[in-house]
Design a protein around this ligand. Sequence first.
Ligand SMILES: NC(=O)c1ccc[n+]([C@@H]2O[C@H](COP(=O)([O-])OP(=O)(O)OC[C@H]3O[C@@H](n4cnc5c(N)ncnc54)[C@H](O)[C@@H]3O)[C@@H](O)[C@H]2O)c1
Length: 260
Amino acid sequence: MKNKVIIITGAGMGLGLATAELLAEQGAKLSLVDYNAEALSQAKETLENANPGVEILTITADVSDEKAVKGYVDQTLEKFGRIDGFYNNAGIEGRQAPMTDYDVNIFKKVIDINLMGVYYGMRYVIPAMQKQNYGRIVNVASVGGIRGVLNQTPYVASKHAVSGMTKNAALEYGRDGILTNAIAPGAILTPMVAEAFKQVNPSDPKAAETEYAQRNPTKRLGQPKEVATVVAFLLSEENGYVNGQTIAIDGGESNIYGNS
Ligand SMILES: NC(=O)c1ccc[n+]([C@@H]2O[C@H](COP(=O)([O-])OP(=O)(O)OC[C@H]3O[C@@H](n4cnc5c(N)ncnc54)[C@H](O)[C@@H]3O)[C@@H](O)[C@H]2O)c1
């Protein structure tokens, strides 16, 4: 990844930050986007301390705001002159509730961030990559983009859409040297998942986590670094021919049918 210019959305914590850490170690130049300005500046400090000399641009932007998305793409091009890789990662889970009880405003917010945010990102990044005749895009779907997840209708709908848009981008822009893939993480221990366990069992989130892990063939949750290594490959030139795929990173959990 030496000197490759990579945009990461949702870079302030969780999966985005873990990938930023790995790519910084590998010598990439990073454009980090998040709507949490404080998390973003902490992330920058952590990355600079661990990787003296690393070049980092931070941009506070909400990915569901089309103008702000154009803004982070323009600012990246202004500073670095090109975009080699795009980790289209920012997303939210929403609140958990059965489909017919789901708060419609939260439903729309999940769609705005997880679906429209991912779309706006590709809409503005792809033309820059076309000019270079080179680019690698990794969109973040979820195991909820492959199958249903109880009480998470808008999340599941948005993540299936991410997988679908990934296939279309692969079809339409493969000819321009742009490879687009999605990842489908299972339960990876990030702040988002910690919050989900709090919703499942507010008095004992750790018990909810332990119980959940038992369903996984590996009997544990995943670590953000285990996602980052796959993302780093898909964002690199080493990936020459993987295009339009949704790759599960879930310890094999999505293969289970029925009780295990
Ligand atoms: N952690 C998991 O187990 C898991 C599993 C499947 C999919 N995912 C997906 O991975 C991605 C990252 O999840 P995570 O677990 O790291 O979450 P997280 O909540 O730990 O971190 C997400 C980051 O994205 C930022 N963000 C959220 N909405 C934004 C917006 N509209 N604009 C800009 N920044 C925004 C947040 O401020 C935060 O820094 C999400 O798309 C999520 O759906 C995570």
